[in-house]
Design a protein around this ligand. Structure first.
Ligand SMILES: NC(=O)c1ccc[n+]([C@@H]2O[C@H](COP(=O)([O-])OP(=O)(O)OC[C@H]3O[C@@H](n4cnc5c(N)ncnc54)[C@H](OP(=O)(O)O)[C@@H]3O)[C@@H](O)[C@H]2O)c1
Length: 268
């Protein structure tokens, strides 16, 4: 890809950065020399030792499924930014569990799912918008479950549908100097997919689909290459398109696939 970077200089905030796509993106950004503020509930023990320089990486531990956690994260992000410019916010934190029918979920489960998937991106984006440099970007990690509803995935689907609406509101309401988009990374080989394979198919019939689909999973580094290209290398007016960026879109693949890598992962 060779991230020919069109994103202006500045700090990039990434939520959901302790593992999976978020962690992969943070490592990619650090490799490019981009300063990062990473957010998750807990980071692996050895991370602090690997990246002690706070001008490169600040790790914020906060629970984005509670409003108190969101406000704590915001305070820590602002403190971490100091006077530095903010180039982008990537709302990546997500959770597929608890899996099961809507009837089995408590009001607290519903609120936590909404808060993590939709309230946190809405609040972080709007509260940090005035820190974004001209040409700065907000990128929300979406899913096919923001557009379709699947049995047993009620919490995930309803909360990601809400995130889709958050993205559209931000596109319509944030200043024109800021780009907002959402992105569907596809079926990626992360802990989230393991959570989808784990249940007994008697309780969650789609577990059989996710078990069979393991052979089609996109490696995290390939999905991260797509994410990084969309975030860093697309022109602002292309970036902020109404429909989500979609990893399976063959028209885009020649632009972001790393050299020598073929995209052999079938669209489910
Ligand atoms: N993998 C896929 O196939 C796939 C497909 C479509 C969309 N996506 C989307 O891509 C994003 C990343 O998914 P992934 O596959 O990388 O998942 P993952 O490996 O399970 O990572 C999820 C990240 O979110 C963080 N997180 C979860 N709950 C949180 C909370 N309450 N507060 C703060 N952070 C929290 C986790 O850290 P802690 O647990 O330490 O807090 C972790 O860093 C998600 O938004 C997901 O919906 C993934």
């Amino acid at each position: 890809m060779g991230d020919s970077e069109l994103l202006p200089p500045g700090v990039i905030v990434v939520t959901g950065a302790s593992r999976g796509l978020g962690r992969g993106l943070v490592e990619h950004l650090l490799g490019l020399g981009r300063p990062v503020i990473a957010v998750a509930r807990r980071f692996p023990e050895d991370d602090g030792a690997a990246a002690p320089d706070p001008t490169r990486l600040i790790q914020v531990e906060a629970d984005l499924s509670s409003t108190d956690g969101i406000e704590a994260a915001l305070a820590a992000i602002r403190a971490g930014l100091g006077s530095r410019p903010l180039a982008a916010l990537v709302n990546g934190a997500g959770r597929i569990t608890p899996i099961g029918p809507l009837a089995g979920h408590s009001s607290d489960d519903l609120l936590a799912a909404f808060t993590l998937a939709a309230v946190a991106p809405a609040r972080l984006s709007t509260a940090l918008a005035d820190r974004l440099v001209p040409g700065g970007r907000v990128l929300n990690l979406s899913t096919r479950s923001a557009h379709a509803t699947f049995p047993g995935l009620s919490l995930y689907c309803l909360s990601k549908h809400a995130l889709r609406s958050v993205t559209r509101s931000l596109q319509l309401e944030l200043p024109a100097t800021v780009g907002v988009a959402d992105l569907i990374p596809g079926e990626v080989d992360t802990a989230m997919q393991a959570d989808l394979r784990a249940p007994d198919p008697a309780d969650f019939p789609l577990a059989s689909f996710f078990r069979a689909n393991e052979v089609n999973l996109i490696p995290t580094d390939v999905a991260v290459a797509f994410l990084a290209w969309v975030l860093l290398a697309t022109p602002l007016d292309s970036f902020r398109r109404e429909q989500p960026w979609y990893v399976y879109d063959p028209a885009d693949q020649p632009q972001w696939l790393p050299e020598g890598v073929a995209f052999t992962y079938s669209e489910p």
